[in-house]
Design a protein around this ligand. Structure first.
Ligand code: DC
Length: 254
């Protein structure tokens, strides 16, 4: 099996039979934007037959909702706590498996929004949106609800520090800025988005700053996380790095 190319007949989420498996652990992957967190997380999920959850897609789905409803950041900040809760009550985020990739995709109020949430209009707003305490609280609660299942690979910014501080394996990913921008640019171009390299670079720098300087759960390495700087590593080398760590921990790799 090639972990970077999905087997369409295999599903990696919603298989509740795995929930009781005591050999399965939680893997938290945190790090800067465009470091390849999701790529590694998906490869691990495929290899280990774990659930994969992209927590950033949840903040992106909320941001997409706000963009679609013409709700600005200023308006958001002027909401009373009661109004904010009422707004969040209208935003239902779920994951459903895409049978052709085998991975879960984020749905907003029942609609698959995967293809909208990577647009720059969402990327430009998502960091300030994700810094809002009430929004984080809802998302963290939803993310923690997956704890029952075990056998989870979740990637984000605060998974090892806040969402699953008890995760058995925590990886903190980083890479050189120019390399991250080039990777994101290539990825967006391949998906048909019209962007310039400058825009992508600027967005990455702005998000790094916002993610590391916010007051609510800023991005930081958990004390017990291992650092993976993948500037000069290919996908297979990163997967091997994580699998070696799991073997060292005595985790069963089927
Ligand atoms: O991983 P991503 O680039 O798709 O995440 C989008 C934004 O969401 C990112 O700028 C920071 C925020 N985020 C967060 O605050 N906490 C998480 N666990 C995941 C993402």
């Amino acid at each position: 099996m090639n972990p970077f190319h999905p087997d369409p007949n295999t599903f990696y989420l919603m298989n509740d039979e795995r929930s009781a498996d005591p050999g399965k652990i939680i893997i938290a992957i945190d790090g800067y934007s465009s470091c390849g967190k999701s790529t590694l997380a998906k490869a691990l999920a495929r290899t280990l037959h774990y659930h994969f959850i992209d927590s950033g897609s949840m903040y992106r789905a909320v941001t997409h909702y706000l963009v679609e409803h013409g709700i600005s950041l200023d308006q958001l900040h002027s909401l009373s706590p009661v109004e904010m809760e009422a707004l969040l009550d209208n935003i239902h985020i779920t994951f459903r498996v895409n049978p052709s990739t085998g991975f879960s995709e984020v749905h907003l109020n029942g609609k698959n929004v995967e293809s909208f949430i990577r647009e720059l209009k969402v990327s430009d707003l998502v960091s300030p949106v994700s810094a809002i305490a009430a929004i984080r609280k809802r998302m963290v609660k939803l993310q923690q609800s997956y704890d029952d299942h075990k056998g989870i690979v979740m990637d984000g910014r605060d998974i090892g520090t806040k969402v699953f501080p008890h995760a058995e394996l925590k990886i903190f990913m980083t890479a050189n800025n120019a390399i991250r921008a080039k990777r994101r640019f290539d990825e967006l171009c391949a998906k048909g988005y019209m962007v310039t390299m400058d825009e992508v670079y600027r967005n990455i720098e702005e998000r790094d700053y916002a993610d590391t300087h916010r007051s609510e759960s800023p991005l930081r390495k958990a004390d017990d996380a291992i650092v993976l700087d993948n500037s000069d590593m290919n996908e297979q080398q990163q997967l091997d790095f994580a699998l070696n760590e799991l073997k060292r921990m005595g985790v069963e790799i089927s």
